[in-house]
Write a protein that binds this ligand. Structure first.
Ligand code: MN
Length: 267
């Protein structure tokens, strides 16, 4: 089987190479990843300037490797469109340093890279470890290989996008696996303002979901956040349909009124 490995932490991130080493046990691996850190850029695609591609010497034998001067989504689009002329059986994105949970999957570069594979009809996996330092990549790498073998054996539907998060623990301390839903929690962005003479500059500082229960936070059972807080691995099957069933029926009832209001002269 042929596997495309990518990430959003950049091509030199240790989590990517830990993943690649594990996946070479399952099949042929090609790495196409951003040339620098691109965490939190979400589904962003570079459209307004050209994207450079560089061949990189892979630290793992018999692995082709390309660095993309662009986003995680760019990497997968170029990999599937031009760099890997033959077919790809699986896209794996990670191993990300830090969790990708709840509504944060919508800004996650790791998940967005996998989403690109999924949108092109290829089974795709995003995999992350829930800590930013002293990360245990080994368990995540082994799990990626296990899932790759399952996909190779066609034990899962072909139309599959998995968001996997592991607690940052040695394997013997992990309490199990939960198949979960996305939690409904996200951290807002913080805006920092600075003045340089007459100029006003702003930094948008991306919030991160902390894996600490807070006061007034009701933990929803069965969610990815809940699983990680119980020291369990979370596997969330995702799909790309963002339609809200609840709002759909309310809006359907209002649609005639909206159209009538549109025809009224402005007040
Ligand atoms: Mn990242």
């Amino acid at each position: 089987m042929r596997i495309l490995a990518t990430n959003d932490d950049g091509i030199y991130a240790p989590g990517l190479w830990c993943l690649v080493r594990a996946l070479t046990q399952v099949g042929e691996v090609v790495v196409v990843a951003p040339d620098r850190e691109q965490s939190g850029v979400g589904t962003s695609v570079t459209l307004h300037h050209p994207v450079r591609v560089r061949d990189i010497r892979s630290p793992v034998r018999r692995v082709r490797c390309y660095a993309i001067e662009g986003t995680p989504a760019d990497s997968v689009i170029l990999a599937l469109g031009v760099l890997l002329d033959d077919k790809v059986d699986l896209v794996v994105s990670g191993i990300n340093e830090g969790p990708n949970l709840g509504s944060d999957v919508l800004i996650s570069g790791t998940v967005s890279a996998a989403l690109q594979g999924y949108l092109q009809g290829i089974p795709s996996i995003a995999i992350s470890v829930g800590a930013m330092e002293n990360i245990h990549f080994d368990g995540a790498a082994r799990l990626a290989a296990v899932m790759a073998r399952m996909i190779e054996a066609k034990a899962l539907p072909r139309e599959i996008l998995l968001n996997i998060n592991l607690p940052n623990l040695p394997q013997d301390q992990i309490q199990g696996i939960e198949i979960t839903q996305l939690g409904h929690k996200s951290y807002g962005d913080e805006i920092k303002e600075r003045h340089y003479g007459a100029r006003r500059l702003f930094w948008i500082v991306r919030g991160r979901l902390e894996l600490e229960p807070e006061e007034g936070w009701e933990l929803e059972e069965g969610t990815d956040i809940w699983a990680l807080l119980r020291n369990r691995i979370s596997i969330t099957p995702l799909h790309s349909d963002l339609t809200s069933a609840a709002a759909l029926s309310t809006l359907k009832q209002l649609s005639n009124a909206i159209f009538q209001d549109l025809g009224k002269p402005p007040e």
